[in-house]
Write a protein that binds this ligand. Sequence first.
Ligand code: XIL
Length: 352
Amino acid sequence: MRFSALILICFSLGVSCKREAPQPHPSILHEAFADRFLIGFAINNQQVRGNEADAIAIVKKHANSITAENDMKWQNVQPAVDFFNFTAVDAFVAFGEEHKMKTIGHTLVWHSQLPNWVHNITDSAELVAVMEQFITSYAGRYAGKIHGWDVVNEAFNNDGSYRDTVFYKYIGPRFIERAFELAHEVDPNAELYYNDYNMTFPGKRNAVIAMVQNLQAKNIRIDGIGMQGHWTLTHPSLEEIEESIIAYASTGLQVMITELDISVLPRNENPYRNGLPESVSNQLAQRYADLFRLFIKHSDKISRVTFWGVHDGQSWLNDHPTLGRTNYPLLFDRNYNPKQCLYSILEVSQYK
Ligand code: XIL
């Protein structure tokens, strides 16, 4: 980056540029954080299939970890009771191997993007058998090739009660234990994670910690807790995030920010169809800088930060919570150009 641009960012971020001999500015994300945590991106099916060269170039340059945005979900892997389709997962795993990246398995047991034939099961023994077969065949097939599995995704409500999923309804809370136990059995070297959103809500936080402690008391392997990180310019606060990182790490597990994106849109509005105003772009850069300063402060607890998509055009936040929005949550724009927020993160990576 040009020096003038650096000065501009320092100015707008309110960081001191008065160091005597400035270090060369890092330009590669995973290198900038090499001694702190992994840097990942969620990549979609087109990208895995090699159809979006500009996006792939960004991933190869900046990441040392990848997550499949959708390809590894139950709906895609076992669309029918007697039909497994591993084509996309094979390609994803091969991409990770070729580029020496830590591949994340997202996800084994989740109520969403679950095929209807599983949703419709009402018999407890049948559901246990189906879940066991899925984990055994799937995690077993990729044993030794997946760095870590999101074994269970989103099992709790915000208040800490169990989410009313088919798994909870017909198996009870032990579905979580069984999933972790079995994943470890079939892929003993893989790290195993619990992953969820709204992880700064006190009710959910306490429930997740209690669930982890229950697994630990029973000697069932779990390595990490994933805070998805679908956040906004203002929420949750840095204090809430920090408190939560510390609370999760107090279990002894690694903490990961697994699906980071920052929505810049007011909840039910779509005001930036024709471009992001500079003032909001500055706010986004500041928010990312603040978050990464916090992650650096707690890098002894954090093992990975993964962005939920490579560029703004790919983000699910263009269609969530309502369809057809124009959001700007990621580090690269719709033309694959780096945004100010990428530079703000690279800039803070230089600080202790
Ligand atoms: C999202 C994908 O980004 C979308 O493409 C898909 O339509 C829905 O799922 N929590 C998760 C992710 O764990 O798997 C979700 O990904 C976002 C919320």
